[in-house]
Design a protein. Structure first.
Length: 86
């Protein structure tokens, strides 16, 4: 379990800067896609916080870190695939 969580945290750590750069490029180009991307960014933050809180509340104390990381990891991977194609 610890190794899996550590791997997810590492993947988040190296993916997020790439996602930020990709999103910045989309926003700097402007237009409808930029507005959609900004809305998506805000919506993700609003949605993930209660999702993390619910996951932690339902997890055992030993599994609470993994429960908190899981929804963030899932969204980071989805964003990386969508924006970078991998």
């Amino acid at each position: 379990m610890r190794g899996r969580v550590a791997g997810q945290v590492a993947e988040i750590g190296w993916s997020v800067p790439l996602i930020v750069v990709a999103r910045a490029g989309v926003v700097l180009r402007g237009g409808a896609r930029a507005r959609d991307e900004i809305g998506r960014m805000v919506g993700e933050k609003v949605a993930v916080l209660p999702e993390m809180a619910r996951a932690v509340a339902q997890a055992s104390p030993a599994g609470s870190v993994a429960a908190a990381v899981r929804p963030v990891h899932r969204r980071v991977r989805a964003n990386r695939r969508r924006l970078l194609g991998w």
